[in-house]
Design a protein around this ligand. Structure first.
Ligand SMILES: *Cc1c(COP(=O)(O)O)cnc(C)c1O
Length: 396
């Protein structure tokens, strides 16, 4: 029923894009996937051709058929004009921040932002004379009051990947544009599937492709996607920054990309089911998952997002540190470690207190971030249930 229910119509088109975007089998003798082109030198046939650089590929760093395939696929799904690959999500963030700022500029960065993003702002950007103001991620249109004459960039991340504040991206992007600044979004949580940055006013979208695009915890990769207005500038900056991704990693990104929708649907639905189950547990004070009606950002999620990641946090009722350790260390299916977006479940204790400066983070108890993988939901619940029993046994 096209047009009657966008929830049903849109994924059908997206699914087709995921299978076909960036593919040209008959450029590779009919093989379904492009080969991994390993290369630095690209040869030219004539002096004239070399001087004009008049062929599609000129140097390994400047692109190969493998990078083209993944860049085109990601750009299609994000809805942007062009994508560039970077060696990691952090490298993509640093490249964008360095590309769109200069000495004397002021930028606004969400207080809930991924910690290494904050480190780039407080380190290299500060050293180069760029001033950062951190803002309450839930500020919405009021961000206009923080805009200065020299504000050139507003950095967003929605939801924050530890504390899960939702941002009103359309309102923030409109205020930024009004003040002559560009809006950058770290879109890793939603993946290019569940939030469409360029339909919501964003100028540059960043993916830690390490997470859901690669999807199997086996490669580091980043992606920068620019809209029409910023693509030309990004092209020249990306070239001068020398960013390019490893050939094997690009291939793994492309391989992961082709199954992102079926994986994400499972992460989303299993995540919500376990989040709801956790909300009923006596050991849990609060569940921070934007797809739950109890979340303060739920209305924004419902309005702007097409689905959810398998990543969310819980605030436990106060308990001693050794009780958390007993719970987490005994888990059989949930691993403990950084990163997420692979097929496996993860559970990680965290403390976001020192990762913010504009807003207070005072949870009522210890905090744990969960990534719900592709395992059976009942098995995951049983693993957590046994974990809670250990937690209770270790609490006074
Ligand atoms: C992991 C992550 C990054 C950084 O990606 P890497 O590939 O690990 O460098 C950036 N933003 C968010 C939200 C992330 O979760």
């Amino acid at each position: 029923m096209p047009g009657s229910d966008d929830g049903r119509h849109r994924p059908r088109r997206t699914a087709t894009d995921i299978a076909h975007a960036g593919r040209d089998p008959f450029a590779h003798h009919g093989f379904v996937n492009p080969p991994v082109y390993r290369g630095s030198t690209v040869l030219f046939r004539t002096v004239e051709s070399f001087e004009k650089r008049d062929q599609k590929y000129v140097y390994g760093r400047r692109g190969t058929p493998t990078s083209d395939a993944l860049e085109e696929a990601i750009a299609t799904l994000e809805g942007g004009a062009r994508t560039w690959l970077a060696p990691s999500g952090a490298a993509a963030i640093a490249t964008v921040l360095l590309s769109f700022t200069k000495a004397g500029d002021h930028i606004l960065v969400a207080d809930s932002v991924y910690l290494p993003t904050r480190k780039i702002c407080d380190g290299v950007l500060k050293r180069f004379g760029v001033e950062t103001t951190y803002y309450d991620p839930t500020i919405g249109a009021d961000i206009t009051h923080l805009m200065k004459a020299n504000t050139t960039l507003v950095f967003t991340e929605s939801p924050g990947s530890l504390t899960f504040e939702m941002q009103d991206i359309p309102a923030i992007a409109a205020a930024a544009r009004e003040g002559g600044a560009i809006t950058v979004l770290d879109n890793t949580w939603a993946s290019p599937l569940y939030f469409k940055p360029f339909a919501h006013g964003v100028d540059i979208s960043i993916q830690a492709a390490t997470k859901y695009i690669v999807g199997h915890a086996d490669a580091m990769l980043g992606a920068i996607t620019a809209g029409e207005a910023t693509a030309r500038r990004m092209l020249s900056e990306a070239q001068s920054m020398g960013i390019c991704a490893g050939t094997e990693e690009m291939y793994l990104g492309l391989r992961g990309f082709r199954t992102i929708q079926v994986r994400m649907e499972r992460h989303w639905h299993s995540g919500v089911e376990i989040a709801r189950w956790l909300e009923q547990r006596p050991e849990v004070a609060r569940v921070l998952h934007p797809a739950l009606p109890s979340h303060p950002g739920h209305e924004i999620w419902k309005r702007d997002f097409l689905g959810a990641a398998g990543l969310f946090s819980i605030i436990l009722k106060p308990c001693p540190k050794q009780a958390i350790a007993a719970m987490l260390e005994g888990l059989e299916l949930f691993g403990m470690g950084a990163s997420w977006g692979g097929y496996e479940s993860l559970a990680l204790p965290f403390d976001a207190k020192n990762a913010r400066s504009a807003t207070a983070w005072n949870p009522e108890g210890p905090t744990v971030r969960l990534h719900i993988g592709l395992e059976d939901v009942e098995d995951l619940k049983a693993d957590l249930d046994a974990g809670f029993a250990r937690l209770r046994a270790t609490s006074p």
